[in-house]
Write a protein that binds this ligand. Structure first.
Ligand code: GSH
Length: 207
């Protein structure tokens, strides 16, 4: 498998899942400003959507969409990064994946755009804050989103919450979320992915 990624973007969730899975994989960085990859090749030629992540399978097929790529990776090794397909526990993981994708990931989208008016950025952040309240409440009861075990939903949530480092918003209102980020960042697979994307500061904390 080959993951096309951009450092710190939502593709980091797939990078973490690959690193945590123990499966063989390679990566290639995408320049999202020019939509090119190494050698100046046009990324749209690989992914007409133009965005990351893109996962190229060993048979050459290509998958897009974070929540789908995460489940593809998890299902290469059933029962490790996600419960078996068809179980209610799996639907809980999918419920979180959808929530993170539509309520948090896309909720923060306007904050990345320099053209978004500041007043609208504040509204978007407010809306995401309400979603963080919900996540923080769930994490007050258990170490990971669905219980005691790290799943692909955690890889996704960690990645998007980590954007507070880039978008400069404060997590102090959600202490359980701060503790959760510290718990996840300490995982060896997460460290591997962060290091590969040059997101670890010299003192080994998340950038
Ligand atoms: N619906 C997509 C969204 C992916 C997405 O938003 N990717 C962003 C980075 S987090 C991106 O590559 N943006 C650059 C672009 O759209 O050109 C998914 O779930 O994978």
């Amino acid at each position: 498998m080959k993951l096309y990624y951009a450092p710190g973007a939502c593709s980091l969730a797939a990078h973490i899942a690959l690193a945590e899975s123990g499966l063989p994989y390679t990566t290639e960085r995408v320049d999202l400003r020019s939509h090119t990859i190494s050698g100046g090749r046009d990324y749209y030629g690989l992914n007409p959507k133009g965005y990351v992540p893109l996962l190229e399978l060993d048979n050459g097929e290509r998958l897009t969409e974070v929540a789908v790529i995460l489940q593809y990776i998890a299902d290469r090794n059933p029962g490790t990064l996600a419960p078996s397909f068809g179980s209610i526990e799996r639907y809980r993981v999918m419920e979180w994946l959808n929530f993170i994708a539509t309520e948090i990931h896309k909720g923060l989208g306007p904050l990345w755009k320099p053209t978004t008016p500041d007043a609208y950025k504040a509204i978007a952040l407010d809306n995401v804050g309400v979603r963080f309240d919900h996540v923080a409440q769930a994490l007050g009861k258990q170490p990971y989103l669905t219980g005691d075990r790290f799943t692909i939903a955690d890889a996704y949530l960690f990645t998007i919450v980590n954007w507070h480092n880039f978008l400069k918003f404060d997590l102090a209102r959600w202490p359980t979320l701060v503790q959760y980020q510290a718990r996840v960042v300490a995982r060896p697979g997460v460290q591997t992915a962060l290091r590969a994307e040059h997101l670890l500061k010299p003192d080994a904390k998340a950038a």
